[in-house]
Ligand binder design. Sequence first.
Ligand SMILES: C[S@@+](CC[C@H](N)C(=O)[O-])C[C@H]1O[C@@H](n2cnc3c(N)ncnc32)[C@H](O)[C@@H]1O
Length: 407
Amino acid sequence: MTWSRLQGELTGSKNTIKTSSPALGVTRKREDAMRGSDEQSREGEKSLVEFRSTGGERKEEIDKQRSGGQNGVSTMAQKRKRDEEEKERKVAAWDTGIEKTVEKGKACEEERTREEEAEGMLEEFIDCTHGAYVNGGGPVCDHTASRLEHRGASSSRKMDDIVKDFTEESQENVKTTGEKNQTLLTTCEDKPELLSCIPVSFRISCKCSGSLSRCLGAQEVSRVIGAGLSRLLGWKADLKNPQLEINVHLSDDYCLLGIPLTRLPLANRSYIKITGLRSTTAWAMASLAHIQPGFRVVDPMCGVGTILIEAAQEHKDACFLGVDIDEAQLQKASENIAFAELENRINLLKASSLVLPVPSATVDAVICDLPFGRKFGSRIDMAANLPLVLTEMERFVPMFVGLNCFF
Ligand SMILES: C[S@@+](CC[C@H](N)C(=O)[O-])C[C@H]1O[C@@H](n2cnc3c(N)ncnc32)[C@H](O)[C@@H]1O
């Protein structure tokens, strides 16, 4: 209920004088009500006098009818009193009604003001983000913005939900961040030397996972972030030969941002001559074995020895045995071990893992990369023989609890 509506209602009322002041309207209305009631009383008295002047039985009869047999003067006094009481009650009820309406109107007005303020904030936020797309970096960003705007209904709904999630609190944060970004931008614009000392060409690699990936594409997110960096820091996107690689992983629960510190792949090893299993995987498998000082560790299908070398690099106080059925593989393993200068800690043995010449209960840990595919396969049916292989491992590892298998 707004003031204008309240006024409209008051104006439509029979006894109300048009006024811009609700309080004045109420007073006049009350006066009108009272005036009406006085007129009624006067009319009643007049008719009574007329009646009295006619005198006689008729008067008494009517008096009796009206007062139930009481004196006519006291009946009049009672009637007046009743009229006055009724009048007061009506005025009081009227006042209360108007007060309630006025209060309700005020509350509605306040609520609407709050809603309008919130809407304004949200519009500001949406304007701000769209500004980032459109002003950020030429056609790519425009394209992104239009694609985001012209998505299907379901995607729009998702976007709506995402925007809706920015409640009053986050709206405030967005506003603050926007101000900060503006400051940063102004700083860079004011001092171009700042930009020249940040010689950054960059590329963004983005990955979206979870339900988020259904409404946001990795390329779109990359473009939006890239446009923001270009706009705020003056960095230049270079997809072929960037100085800086920025990795982003957006999921439902978190946003992970990473900057690789080296261009070399993490799996690169200076101490491996002939590569076998990816070194990072071999290192992770060795870590899972929880090798302790003094441990005897066996890889019963060691190939070129990658797992053993990774484990030996990490655990200087343990000793290692590599077994393989293939002579050529063992030859390469031997080269690798010599290259890594680990001959005194890693031994090699040619044997089948189905019957290993290892005494029972003499080994502390087994790490194995089982045969798979053509290149790393086996001459025997490994799937059929896997129970035998595991039984054999269980024999020489007393605390054998499981195996990491890679097929
Ligand atoms: C997946 S490859 C291991 C690769 C190794 N992790 C590396 O980094 O080089 C599996 C190895 O198991 C060996 N192998 C297959 N069957 C075997 C068996 N019955 N006994 C022992 N070794 C076997 C293959 O010669 C092959 O080198």
